[in-house]
Design a protein around this ligand. Sequence first.
Ligand SMILES: C[S@@+](CC[C@H](N)C(=O)[O-])C[C@H]1O[C@@H](n2cnc3c(N)ncnc32)[C@H](O)[C@@H]1O
Length: 245
Amino acid sequence: MMPRVVAAEVLDGLPQDDPGAIRSRRDLRRVHRAMGTRKIILRALKGMKLARLEVEPLRVLEIGAGDGSLMLGVAQELDSAWPKVALTLLDRQALVTPATVAKYQAVGWTVATDVGDVLDWAARDADMPPNEPPRWDLVVANLFLHHFEGAQLARLVQAIALKSDRLLACEPRRDWLALTGSHLTGLIGANAVTREDAVLSVHAGFNGNELSALWPAFGERWRIQERAAGLFSHCFCAERLGAGV
Ligand SMILES: C[S@@+](CC[C@H](N)C(=O)[O-])C[C@H]1O[C@@H](n2cnc3c(N)ncnc32)[C@H](O)[C@@H]1O
């Protein structure tokens, strides 16, 4: 198996109004189309046990959410049987536009933004006892966990398990097919930033049961699934058994 190598991505080092960064974030939407990310997320969400439905909105946090456009596509495709959602989009950069917020509202989701570092979010209430009621029904991470390694990744995953009943992560798969695909993003018109970051992302991606191995059970029972998804993705899903939604 390819060794996991995490390196700083170019986009993360650019100011949010840098023309190369703006273009690269637009490229990301095409990359998601090529990866089939929306379909993968929809399938995973529909497989979750969420019975609360109309009682209260589902509290969902997306970490490293970027401009929020990926989850917007998901929200627009979920049918009316899906619960209403109170979504918080957390990212280090303030990228969510009022137009995007309005589109979420049009499908009945409310949106809040949290601009800050996810590691600060993880450190907040880190001393919370493991069995306290979690604040989130679901945490979502798309092309995000692969930015972290070692103690930081472990701390982040631990904070999610403490603060949420569920995690759905859709990350780059670290294998030869995905690596080949990452070298071909120029074919879908990706700029130099995206082309370089795509390759770095695959090297930092996940394989096998790497995320399951990090998941802290805290003495509770979880349903864990970790698998290859689509041609290039690696999907991890954890659900606390008996979560009261
Ligand atoms: C590859 S983009 C993915 C965006 C979005 N999830 C998607 O799939 O389209 C990674 C995002 O993570 C954000 N990010 C990177 N490091 C972060 C950190 N430590 N805390 C919060 N956000 C971070 C970046 O600003 C960027 O928007």
